[in-house]
Design a binder for this molecule. Sequence first.
Ligand code: SF4
Length: 63
Amino acid sequence: MTRISIDKDVCIGAGQCALTAPDLFTQDDDGYGELLPGTEDGTVGPLAGEAARVCPVQAITVT
Ligand code: SF4
């Protein structure tokens, strides 16, 4: 099982995660990255890793 998390203290709201993996991420009202409901745990595709890679501040962890 894969776990995705966003460190909200690090996120700068660049939105790259939502652009890269719109099935997993969205942006909250302030523009910060947010996981869509039900995506924290489970089987996620390769886009989760890609989103983590493109995040400019490495706020996304995929384990
Ligand atoms: S790509 Fe990174 S910095 Fe940008 S919204 Fe997503 S988690 Fe935040």
